[in-house]
Ligand binder design. Structure first.
Ligand SMILES: CC(C)(COP(=O)(O)OP(=O)(O)OC[C@H]1O[C@@H](n2cnc3c(N)ncnc32)[C@H](O)[C@@H]1OP(=O)(O)O)[C@@H](O)C(=O)NCCC(=O)NCCS
Length: 258
């Protein structure tokens, strides 16, 4: 895909009722290798591969086929293209929807864990925070959490707050503002950062993607009136993994980035 494909890319994710805005797709097109299939004069399917660090980790995302073109092998073709592109990458992961998981299993992806999207309704009570945007994320803490450097991705997010290196980023979305990534050494720091993010979006629905097993993140999300809304399956290519520390991850960046 090339920058001029932005409008058609957005049509694809809107057709699946996903949350990405034009700015989100722009980020993907800028940072990831993006593949598409054109049929009947338009883009009808996509897949993207975001490579991190020194080709140590790749994240497959934005696997989409327009509804009227499904079941013809288009997504499979694009997943194969993405995997060919990632053939020298140590570890390949993704977050799969129920529709996507059978496609990935054919290529050797195995189940790793459940990730959940929590949603906060627009009419939830306002939250106050005395924090303001700014501060420097601790990049070594992020590397410990995520396993590899993802400096370019972090730099691409519009709003960041950091306290003692713990950090949270947030961004607008098509249906809901998105919290994440949030990496923190303690629930207390994550709480202050989450309050800051939620205070920034009065009367706006919000999404927060977290590990199902992260009790502290769940409890914090719950206290801020988020509730579970979707479950996805984190999958990784068999036999190719890297050390990560999910206990530090209070919010993921999004299903397309990990
Ligand atoms: C998931 C999706 C990308 C599949 O696209 P597609 O172009 O229809 O996929 P393919 O034609 O390559 O199908 C691949 C295989 O998965 C199977 N499959 C596809 N959709 C399926 C579904 N909803 N449930 C179960 N199996 C499914 C097909 O039977 C096919 O198997 P086969 O090759 O053995 O016949 C498409 O349904 C879609 O865009 N869904 C909405 C967005 C989404 O959930 N994307 C996945 C993100 S992880």
């Amino acid at each position: 895909m090339v920058p001029g494909d932005l409008a058609q890319a957005l049509t694809l994710s809107e057709s699946a009722n996903w949350n990405q805005t034009a700015a989100d797709w722009q980020r993907v097109l800028d940072l990831a290798e993006s593949f598409c299939i054109e049929l009947d004069g338009r883009i009808v399917a996509s897949a993207t591969a975001m490579v991190y660090g020194h080709r140590e980790l790749a994240w497959i995302g934005m696997v989409l086929t327009l509804p009227e073109y499904r079941g013809r092998g288009l997504a499979s073709t694009l997943v194969q293209a993405s995997l060919d592109y990632c053939s020298d990458v140590a570890c390949v992961k993704l977050d799969a929807t129920e529709a996507g998981a059978p496609v990935y299993r054919k290529f050797g992806f195995e189940d790793e864990c459940i990730v959940e999207r929590w949603a906060r309704p627009a009419n939830a009570p306002a939250v106050l925070s005395d924090l303001t945007a700014g501060g420097e994320p601790d990049l070594s803490l992020d590397r410990q959490a995520f396993g590899v450097d993802r400096l370019q991705l972090l730099a691409s997010f519009p709003n960041t707050c950091a306290i003692d290196g713990a950090f949270l980023m947030h961004r607008p979305g098509r249906q809901a503002a998105q919290i994440g990534p949030c990496v923190a050494q303690s629930p207390e720091r994550a709480e202050s950062l989450a309050n800051w993010a939620v205070a920034d979006y009065p009367q706006t629905p919000m999404f927060w993607d977290l590990f199902e097993t992260h009790a502290a993140a769940r409890s914090l999300a719950h206290s801020l009136r988020f509730a579970p809304s979707r479950r996805l399956l984190r999958m990784s290519l068999a036999g190719r993994n890297i050390p990560q520390d999910p206990s530090l991850v209070y919010a993921m960046s999004g299903f397309e980035f990990g």
